[in-house]
Each structure stands twice: as structure tokens, then as C-alpha cells.
Write a protein that binds this ligand. Structure first.
Ligand code: AMP
Ligand code: ZN
Length: 495
């Protein structure tokens, strides 16, 4: 099956053909490290995490680069506000970003270059652009001359006149065209600065990404990603600089952009003051519920974010979890060898598992349609639950094979999307072990309470049983009475 992807450049879905057979070179614009990331930012990294995971699943060797913008006006302003060095701010939020990525179970990039460690490459590019007449220096600043690059506007589909009408650009007498943008900025006293042919200064944001992506991936790499707000001017400018410098095109084969996370139909953004931090959400919801919320919408469509959507995603996550739990409990029981060999449903279920895999892949091959792919996963869950309900009386001799096949397929499809990932489970259990070493763990005490509760229920002491359940819920622990027994999980204190 062939993969098609929507290319922002052509505004069409195109068959995905990478530069080198079997390999994918991709670059995603990383964070400007001056604050904690919000769930809109989180969505961008999550979308590209899933795209990367799926490409690996398809058999591609993926090489993924994602930068840190660690020199920027915003970082300098923040440092001034807090009376700290810009570097201190950048390192703090870089570490926080890595923590949030781990929290969301996003795989780390193969290379995560810092802008400040790639400055010589940027200076080399800017010098090349000046030499070729694409850029000019004024008072220690260097600007890109947009009119010199014939293809300017091809990504955003806007002419220079339209851009001028659409953007509020500050009047700067020194620029040949108001849309000309800075490649290099002369530094003010006390700001981070590097020596350059134009005096002491620092790079502009756009040139950072061009220099870092070209350095690690070379011209014509496969995928460049980011949120839709980066199409213009950031990615438009990256194309102009890179293609003008290289004297060839394309800079990038496929441009992919994720849709926004909105709050009441407005983009979540720091400037609007409507942000919710990834780290706050992760205190109250499991990472997989957050991943499900993001992936239940196609990556190019907007998501309306709010408590209802989160609770719904948590319930969806629990449906998956319950199904896996019930399958495990079922598989732990011995089959009844006197029962019929296998039922008609078992024959059908075994066959349909392959069909579920095929339909999942078809959805993902269609421009990474995770929304449809998750729909397929939930259809499989429904089939498996119906099967388990029917098997309540006895297990056929074929049941262990049928149930474990279903379980394997379910987990496999979830894992491709980074859900129920073994790495995440291992991390969680390691954290639990660390807690064990310091005394009886909370987990073991909860298990003890549940044992007492089970005894109370057997003795029809329902008031005691209910008291234990209510008190645990107040502590943020929810107990469910399932057919297989009691199950608890930490869901956070009641709202
Ligand atoms: P920034 O730090 O603003 O450059 O954003 C980091 C990444 O998050 C970029 O790819 C942005 O396009 C993306 N992004 C920012 N805000 C949102 C949002 N509300 N929804 C989705 N993606 C966003
Ligand atoms: Zn970038």
C-alpha cells in the first residue's frame, strides 16, 4: 500500500516518495525555550511523533532532527524581567521541555541541535546570501531582499502585495522592502553576541532553522513540519534563504503542518493568555488519554480543547484499558477442554483481525488519518468485548489462541500510535519500584484496602465496602467493580 501525504506546498495529497529509498529525513521546528509549553505546542510535537512512528512501522529508516531556539528576543526579554542570564533561562526551559516530552511519551529526536551551537553555519549562509546579492547589510543588521527571490510566497500562496496588506510590519527606513526580514541582528550591550563580518550580533530566527536543517539533512530533505502558524513567515523565509543560498530547489520535498488547538474557537497562544500547560494536564490525565484526544482528530484539523473533550478522551482510554484488562483476566483462566473446540464467532474473529490491521494501515496511509485509525481500533475493542461476554460460561480449547491473537493485534495497533507503549509502562513500573524502596508503597496499601473491601462485601457489610470506596475516591483513587474483580486507578481528586 502506498502512503499519500498532504503537501502544503502543492495543496494536494501526493504519493510519498522520499529522496533516498527506504530512508526519511525530517525536521520539525523545535521550541523557543523561554516558557513551559502549552497543549497547542504539545499537539505539534505529538503529531510529528506519530508520523515518525508510523514511517518507522512502514519500514523506513527515519532520521529526525528537532532544534532548540535558544537565542531569541523572547528569551532575552524574559531574562531581563527575571534578572537572569539568557542562557540560564534557555537551559531551564530546555530541561522542562524534555520533561514534558517524556511525560507525553514522545520519542526523542535523533539530533536536537541548539541554535547557539550552529552559529558558524548561519554566518556562512548569510555571507553567501550577501555575496550573491540576496541580502544586504545596514548598520550591523543584515536583511534578506525578498524581491530578489522569484519564488517568495510560493508556500503560503500569497503575493508580496497581499503579504504587505495582511501583515502589520514595522516601518524600518533601512529596508528596501517592508517585507525584507532580518538574517542577522546587531546586538545591544549586554545581549548575547557573536563575532561576524557585520560586527557583533546574533542570528534571526528563520536563518537558524535553515542552517540547522541543511547542516544535518542537506538540500531536498523529505519532511519539514510545524504548526500552521509557521507557514508564514517562518517557513516561507526558510525556503527563500535556503534555495537562494543553494542555487537549487527544492529545499524540502513535503511540507506538513498541524492544525491548532483552540479554546472556544480561539487559537491557544501565550499572547491571548488562554494557555493550558502540558505539565498541568499531565498531573490530572494519563498521557495516553492526552495522546488519544490529539489523535482522534486528523492532524490538519483544529481541536477544540476543554474539560469535556479531556474527560471524553479519558473514557475512551479507559475503554481500551478495560478491554486489555479483561483479556488478561480471561487468558489467566484455563480453557474448558470438554467445551466445543471453537465457536463460529472465534473463526470469524480470527479472520477479521487481519482485516482490522489492513483497515488501520489504509487509514494511516491516507495522510496519517489517525482519527479513522482510532475508529478501527475501537471497532476491534467492540468485537473483543462481545466475544468475552459470550465466553462467560466457559472457554473453548481455542479461546486462549483467539483471545491472545486479538490482544496482540489490539496492542500492536495501539503501539504504532504510541499508546500503551512498552517503554512508557516500563518507565511507570520503574518509578513504582523506586517508591517501593523507601517503604511500603501506596500501591501495596491500596491493594490491602481492596482485599479488606472484598472480604466486607462477601460478608454483606456493604456500608464498610462503600466507605472504603468513597474515601479512596476522595483521595483521587477510583475503584471499579468489574466482572473480573476490583480494579483501582489514580484519576486525581474529584473536581
Ligand atoms: P512556538 O514555540 O510558538 O514556536 O510553537 C512551537 C510549535 O507549536 C510550533 O510548531 C507551532 O506552530 C505550534 N503551535 C503553537 N501554538 C499552537 C496551537 N494553539 N495549536 C497547535 N500548534 C501550535
Ligand atoms: Zn523553524
Amino acid at each position: 500500500m502506498s502512503l499519500v501525504v498532504y503537501n502544503t506546498m502543492s495543496r494536494h495529497k501526493e504519493e510519498f516518495r522520499p529522496r533516498e529509498e527506504g530512508k526519511v529525513f525530517m525536521y520539525v521546528c523545535g521550541p523557543t525555550v523561554y516558557n513551559y509549553i502549552h497543549v497547542g505546542n504539545g499537539r505539534a510535537y505529538l503529531v510529528f511523533d506519530v508520523i515518525r512512528r508510523y514511517l518507522s512501522y512502514k519500514g523506513y529508516e527515519v532520521f529526525y532532527v528537532q532544534n532548540f531556539t535558544d537565542v531569541d528576543d523572547k528569551i532575552i526579554n524574559r531574562a531581563n524581567e527575571e534578572g537572569k542570564a539568557p542562557e540560564e533561562i534557555a537551559r531551564h526551559y530546555e530541561a522542562a521541555f524534555l520533561e514534558d516530552m517524556r511525560g507525553l511519551n514522545i520519542l526523542p529526536p535523533d539530533i536536537a541541535p541548539r541554535a547557539t551551537e550552529t552559529i558558524p553555519r548561519m554566518i556562512e549562509m548569510i555571507r553567501g546570501l550577501v555575496d550573491k546579492g540576496y541580502a544586504y547589510a545596514v548598520d550591523g543588521d543584515v536583511f534578506f531582499r525578498v524581491e530578489s527571490f522569484a519564488g517568495y510566497g510560493k508556500l503560503s500562496g500569497r503575493s508580496l502585495d497581499e503579504m504587505r496588506a495582511g501583515e502589520r510590519v514595522e516601518v524600518d527606513e533601512r529596508k528596501a522592502n517592508p517585507m525584507d526580514f532580518a538574517l542577522w541582528k546587531a546586538s545591544k550591550p549586554g545581549e548575547p553576541a557573536w563575532e561576524s563580518p557585520w560586527g557583533k550580533g546574533r542570528p534571526g530566527w528563520h536563518i537558524e532553522c535553515s542552517a540547522m536543517s541543511l547542516h544535518y539533512l542537506g538540500m531536498g530533505f523529505d519532511i519539514h513540519g510545524g504548526g500552521q502558524d509557521l507557514v508564514f513567515p517562518h517557513h516561507e523565509n526558510e525556503i527563500a534563504q535556503s534555495e537562494a543560498f543553494a542555487g537549487s530547489e527544492p529545499f524540502v520535498r513535503y511540507w506538513l503542518h498541524n492544525g491548532f488547538v483552540n479554546i472556544q474557537e480561539e487559537k491557544m497562544s501565550k499572547s491571548l493568555g488562554n494557555i493550558i500547560l502540558v505539565r498541568e494536564i499531565l498531573k490530572r490525565y494519563p498521557a495516553d488519554a492526552v495522546r488519544l484526544l490529539a489523535l482522534q482528530t486528523h492532524y490538519r484539523n483544529p481541536i477544540d480543547f476543554g474539560p469535556e473533550a479531556l474527560d471524553e478522551a479519558r473514557r475512551a482510554y479507559e475503554r481500551l484499558e478495560n478491554c486489555l484488562f479483561a483479556l488478561d483476566a480471561f487468558l489467566a483462566k484455563p480453557p474448558d477442554m470438554t467445551a466445543p473446540q471453537r465457536t463460529q464467532r472465534e473463526v470469524e474473529l480470527s479472520d477479521s483481525c487481519f482485516d482490522f490491521e489492513r483497515r488501520f494501515e489504509e487509514a494511516m496511509d491516507d495522510d496519517f488519518n489517525t482519527a479513522r485509525a482510532i475508529g478501527v481500533i475501537f471497532e476491534l475493542v467492540k468485537e473483543l468485548n462481545t466475544y468475552l461476554d459470550e465466553q462467560e460460561l466457559y472457554q473453548t480449547p481455542a479461546a486462549p489462541m483467539v483471545a491472545s491473537h486479538g490482544r496482540d493485534v489490539l496492542l500492536k495497533l495501539c503501539n504504532i500510535l504510541g499508546l500503551f507503549s512498552p517503554a512508557q509502562r516500563e518507565r511507570e513500573s520503574r518509578e513504582a519500584v523506586v517508591r517501593e524502596e523507601t517503604g511500603p508503597s501506596a500501591e501495596s496499601l491500596i491493594e490491602l484496602l481492596l482485599e479488606v473491601r472484598a472480604v466486607a462485601r462477601e460478608g454483606k457489610q456493604f456500608a464498610t465496602a462503600d466507605l472504603i470506596r468513597t474515601r479512596l475516591r476522595e483521595l483521587g483513587i477510583r475503584v471499579d467493580d468489574l466482572r473480573e474483580g476490583q480494579r483501582w486507578k489514580y484519576v486525581g481528586p474529584p473536581a
